[in-house]
Design a binder for this molecule. Structure first.
Ligand code: 0PR
Length: 383
């Protein structure tokens, strides 16, 4: 830091220059975040200095958080669910498994592993490291859902939790939560569902999948408003079926306005909780249905046009995530990147991964499709 401060204008100029270096959302086909709804930005600004870590000082912000959890609980099939607004999917997954481990260790001091699908987000590797749990990964079936027989093989008496994904990071697939729930109930194991991405998609799709709190064995759900919830970063959600699990996370906080705290972070912004509340109130269910429908229409358009180019998706898209089988994947990706498109690559199987978030428009997608045609045509002629 310099000894003397500089003028506001100078700071603004530097900031604008830095921001100019950032890429723009209209060409992001690789991200699960999006441009927040304008009302979210407004709410974020209004609640900027609030701290949910000391809720007694901010009863308004805390009430908003309670209302957000209530609305998300209703969306996820349990208006009585309890939880808190976290910083995102990673924190929610950590705390869900943390609660499951604490519950397990009340009965048995050991408790040494979790069984997750191979498709699980890398946050579960962090969890294994942090909570000193072995992370056992169950393979995928042909549809890229977790293979239940393999889950069964991996589970043992030291299994602290089973995890199912509702909207996998790489393929947007939904695991068989109903079957995982039966397995979990039979064996008395905790089941966590990671719906960080799918949480704000599946409820608005008219999907026949059963994956939320209506499924009896599901003890907790991760759902991220800063992904398809159109909120500001960082907005995550962690919901538990029963208060008992949230209580297992509580730490005494003797000098604060409340006696206990269950969140991982101490100081916790009320801004993103307010932003989430504002979007949910502004859009309502029908607003989210419109957004998800738009994303799904564009997803279908992408797949139809890709097929015309002879390119097949790895699976028929379940939500607004598409993985395309292209020849010369690294070449295609770098040609698309050279044209300014930010696309990513899935691991297993390797494919061109495209996420159709609400910031993607039809004209932009058509421009992308033209470039995809050129990029893959180049791949063919290069062979
Ligand atoms: N669970 C699932 C199913 C996820 O897809 C993700 C993140 C998480 C948990 C972790 O969430 P947080 O990142 O909020 O802690 N999925 C995205 C991904 O890794 C996150 C992302 C978003 C990555 C924007 C890049 C990006 O530009 O692909």
């Amino acid at each position: 830091m310099k000894e003397e401060g500089i003028s506001t204008e100078e700071v603004r100029r530097i900031l604008a220059g830095m921001r100019e270096k950032d890429y723009r959302y209209d060409r992001f086909l690789s991200t699960m975040c999006t441009v927040p709804h304008p009302i979210a930005v407004e709410a974020h600004d209004l609640f900027m200095e609030t701290n949910l870590g000391d809720p007694g000082l901010f009863p308004g912000a805390s009430e908003i958080e309670r209302l957000v959890i209530e609305m998300m609980g209703e969306m996820l099939g349990s208006p009585n669910a309890v939880g808190y607004v976290s910083t995102g999917g990673t924190e929610s997954n950590i705390q869900a498994i943390h609660a499951a481990r604490n519950a397990f260790r009340r009965k048995s001091p050991k408790g040494g592993n979790i069984v997750v699908p191979q498709s699980a987000h890398f946050s579960f590797d962090k969890i294994g490291d942090l909570l000193n749990l072995e992370v056992r990964k169950a393979r995928m079936d042909a549809d890229l859902k977790v293979d239940l027989d393999h889950v069964e093989d991996l589970v043992d008496r030291e299994t602290v939790a089973l995890v199912g994904i509702a909207g996998t990071t790489e393929f947007g697939q939904v695991d068989p939560i109903l079957e995982l729930s039966e397995m979990a109930l039979d064996r008395g194991i905790y089941l966590h569902v990671d719906a960080a991405f799918g949480g704000f998609v599946l409820p608005f799709l008219g999907s026949r999948n059963r994956w939320n709190f209506e499924v009896e064995g599901v003890k907790s759900i991760t759902i991220d408003p800063h992904k398809m919830g159109m909120s500001t970063i960082p907005a995550g959600g962690l919901l538990f079926r029963e208060a008992e699990f949230l209580n297992l996370l509580a730490t005494d906080t003797h000098y604060l306005t409340v006696a206990k705290q269950a969140s991982l972070t101490g100081t916790r912004s009320g801004a993103s909780a307010a932003a989430t509340y504002a979007v949910m109130m502004r859009l309502g269910r029908s607003g989210f249905v419109d957004i998800v429908n738009r994303c799904m229409d564009l997803t279908r358009h992408l797949v139809t046009q890709a097929r015309k180019m002879g390119i097949e998706p790895v699976i028929e898209p379940v939500m607004n995530v598409v993985c395309l089988n292209v020849d010369d994947l690294p070449g295609v990706r770098s040609r698309l990147m050279a044209r300014g498109w930010h696309v990513s690559v899935s691991r297993e199987p390797q494919a061109l991964r495209i996420i159709i978030m609400p910031h993607i428009t039809r004209p932009n997608l058509d421009l992308f499709l033209e470039d995809l045609s050129t990029a893959t045509g180049a791949a063919t002629s290069a062979r």
